[in-house]
Design a protein around this ligand. Structure first.
Ligand SMILES: [Mn+2]
Length: 237
C-alpha cells in the first residue's frame, strides 16, 4: 500500500532567498511510515485547496513568533518575528485542512498557530508570567533542557503515547494563554504551562509545545508522528 503523503510546512532562511526545513521533521514522518513532502509557502492562497487535495496529513512545524495582532496585542520587545507571508499561508492552510478534516499535527509554533487560529491567545514571553515553581522553557545554553509533562491518557495523543507522564525537550518562550475554541488540554508541565491540546471532534487536530521530531529514538516521541500517519491512512479518500 502506498504511503500517505504528509505535508511539512517550511520556513525562510535568514537571508530571505531560501526555504528551509530542519531535517528532523521529514525523518520523523519517514520513520513513522509516511511519505514526507515539504511545502513552500506562497502568496497565492487560492492554490492551497489544491495542495490539500493532494495531501493525506500535515505537520505544522516550529518557527519564530506569530504576529500578536492576531489576538489583539502588540509585539513584545523580545519577539523574534515570523515571516508574515508564512503566517498568512499557514493560517489559510489550517483553515482548509480543518474544513476538509485532514489530520494535522502541530509542533511548537504549530501549536501556537492552531491555538490562535481557534481564537486563543499566547503568553508572548513566559519569563514575564508569574507562576508557582516556574520552569525554564527556553533554550538558554548549549544544551536543550527537558522537563516532565503529564498526559491525559484518555486523549488521542496521550493514548498513542501510552504513558501518563513523559520527559520532553523544551525550546519555547511562548505558550498558550487563552485556549482556543473546541480545544482540550491534554499535556501540562509541572508549572502549569500548557504543552499539548487536541480537538476531539476532528479525525486528528492535535499539537504539542515540545519537539518530538528531535527525539524519535524514544518511542514516546515517535508516537505523535505514527498517530498522524495512521490517521492519514484512515482519512484517505
Ligand atoms: Mn516546555
Amino acid at each position: 500500500m502506498a504511503r500517505p503523503l504528509i505535508g511539512i510546512t517550511t520556513d525562510q532562511h535568514d537571508d530571505g532567498d531560501k526555504y528551509e526545513s530542519p531535517l528532523a521533521y521529514a525523518k520523523a514522518v519517514d520513520m513513522a511510515g509516511g511519505l514526507p513532502l515539504l511545502l513552500p509557502y506562497g502568496s497565492d492562497l487560492s492554490l492551497i485547496a489544491q495542495y490539500v487535495d493532494e495531501l493525506d496529513g500535515i505537520v505544522f512545524t516550529g518557527g519564530n513568533d506569530l504576529d500578536p495582532a492576531a489576538y489583539g496585542e502588540d509585539w513584545h520587545p523580545k519577539a523574534d518575528r515570523v515571516d508574515p507571508g508564512r503566517q498568512a499561508f499557514e493560517l489559510a492552510l489550517l483553515a482548509e485542512v480543518e474544513k476538509r478534516r485532514r489530520p494535522a499535527l502541530g509542533v511548537c509554533m504549530g501549536l501556537q498557530l492552531m491555538n490562535v487560529y481557534r481564537g486563543g491567545s499566547l503568553h508572548q514571553f513566559l519569563p514575564d508570567v508569574p507562576r508557582e515553581s516556574a520552569l525554564e522553557h527556553r533554550k538558554t545554553g548549549e544544551q536543550t533542557l527537558r522537563h516532565p509533562v503529564k498526559l491525559d491518557v484518555q486523549s488521542r495523543l496521550g493514548g498513542a503515547i501510552g504513558k501518563g507522564e513523559i520527559s520532553v525537550n523544551t525550546h519555547h518562550k511562548q505558550a498558550v494563554h487563552r485556549l482556543g475554541r473546541g480545544l482540550k488540554v491534554i499535556a501540562t508541565a509541572p508549572d502549569g504551562v500548557i504543552e499539548g491540546f487536541e480537538d476531539p471532534t476532528l479525525p486528528l487536530f492535535a499539537a504539542v509545545q515540545w519537539h518530538p521530531e528531535r527525539l524519535t529514538d524514544e518511542p514516546e516521541h515517535l508516537a505523535p508522528f505514527k498517530l498522524l500517519v495512521d490517521a492519514a491512512k484512515q482519512a484517505r479518500p
